[in-house]
Design a protein around this ligand. Structure first.
Ligand code: NAD
Length: 382
């Protein structure tokens, strides 16, 4: 029997509702697809408020070790600690394991309300660089000695005279490297080829930030030419680029022009949320953080802990369920992934969903989180 151990973080707030829902559905799909020949052994590891209450730590070392040892894991949403040493648990997890790709597939499911007229034309996969850019957290607050020192360095040693209000300016540094760009664009090109997708678009703001975002574009094209020259020549792969602001417009006007998106960290943040909103919102958008070189991957609910609806059995568990679908595909357990996806598709077509989605569906039936979980399990088992 093929048994795999998957460490999971339950998550805070609605995490304790969506994570067990996802596990129940995944277990049913794996059982149905492989009749007991394959099995997932879930191993709870601790992080966030639950961990803090249990052992006084927001992110115990054992949690990092489990993700390092078992390579593939999944997590619910975490409360961001206010004050204290850790800025963001998610960022710490990504940086410690060097999970350099934030992968966000965006597709529309028939039956789900969308603010755009042709959501069926939205079918993209965003590869967001996850370790560089302004997210590196190198910044100094206005009025501090560090900001003053940094300004003096800029002015006195680098000859920078363009800071309009130096005394009241905060400063941030935006590192973007050739290596960082190349590994991200390589992953995006490979993904496009493996999945026979029509194009990879480099989304950047290189017209203004010539060396950082412009570097991303230049290094991206060069990498594609160097490593995927044959596929580019015979038309299996198309690589193009788009300036970030035009891209956001184009996603609304001509979404069918885009397939795989490779972009920097901050652009990726904006782009992922806009695209998610176009197909049904954060309750249903899945995501993963991956290092394709080491194989480490953490799949995750993309929404927060939703304290306003926690404990009410109304939260939509689809984000973490679809993240689990991505995880099963990543593990090569594609049959079980398809079973879950088809069950969700059929349920949405029948207008049966949690309230956040059902209330916009004609004749929609609002199901509680637990009833929706049972509904999907029944559809899988049928
Ligand atoms: P949120 O995503 O928790 O909630 C925003 C709004 O969306 C709320 O009205 C909520 O009810 C609704 N919502 C979110 N997920 C939903 C779902 N699955 N089904 C139905 N409705 C849903 O964002 P927030 O309120 O800004 O943040 C709350 C906490 O979560 C904060 O501590 C924040 O730091 C944390 N957070 C964590 C993550 C993560 O772990 N990945 C992401 C974002 C926010």
């Amino acid at each position: 029997m093929d048994k795999i151990t998957v460490p999971f973080i339950m998550g805070d707030g609605v995490g304790v509702e969506v994570t067990p829902s996802m596990q129940t559905i995944v277990n049913a799909a794996v059982q149905k697809a492989y009749s007991g020949q394959r099995q997932i052994e879930w191993m709870e590891v601790w992080a966030g408020e639950r961990a803090f209450k249990k052992c006084g730590l927001w992110l115990p070392d054992e949690t990092m070790e489990a993700f390092r040892d078992y390579k593939v894991g999944i997590k619910g949403p975490l409360t961001t600690p206010v004050g204290g040493g850790i800025r963001s648990l998610n960022v710490t997890l990504r940086q410690t394991l060097d999970l350099y790709v934030c992968l966000r597939p965006v597709r529309w499911y028939q039956g789900i309300h969308s603010p755009v007229r042709h959501p069926e034309k939205v079918d993209m996969c965003v590869f967001r660089e996850n370790t560089e850019d302004i997210y590196a957290g190198i910044e100094w607050e206005a009025g501090t000695p560090e900001a003053e020192k940094f300004y003096r360095f800029l002015h006195d040693e680098m000859g920078v005279t363009k800071v309009r209000f130096p005394k009241t300016s905060s400063f941030g540094v935006k590192p973007v490297s050739k290596e960082g760009t190349e590994r991200l664009v390589r992953a995006a090109c490979r993904y496009a080829l493996e999945n026979k997708l029509p194009s990879v678009t480099l989304v950047h703001k290189g017209n203004i930030m010539k060396f950082t975002e412009g570097g991303f574009k230049k290094w991206g094209y060069e990498l594609a030419e160097r490593e995927f020259g044959e596929a580019l020549a015979d038309g299996r792969l198309v690589i193009k680029d788009c300036i970030a602001d035009a891209f956001l417009q184009n996603t609304l006007l001509i979404p069918e022009e885009y397939s795989v998106i490779a972009t920097l960290n901050l652009n990726g943040d904006y782009v992922s949320d806009q695209l998610a909103a176009m197909v049904g919102g954060i309750g249903i958008a899945p995501g993963a953080n991956i290092n394709y070189q080491t194989g480490h991957a953490i799949f995750e609910a993309t929404h927060g802990t939703a304290p306003n609806i926690a404990g009410k059995d109304i939260v939509n568990p689809c984000s973490i369920i679809l993240s689990a679908v991505m995880m099963l595909e990543y593990l090569g357990w594609k049959e079980s992934a398809s079973l879950i996806e088809h069950a969700l598709e059929r349920s949405f077509l029948d207008a049966r969903a949690t309230a956040d989605l059902a209330r916009f569906m004609p004749g929609g039936v609002s199901l509680s989180t637990s009833a929706f979980t049972r509904e999907i399990v029944e559809r899988i088992e049928k």
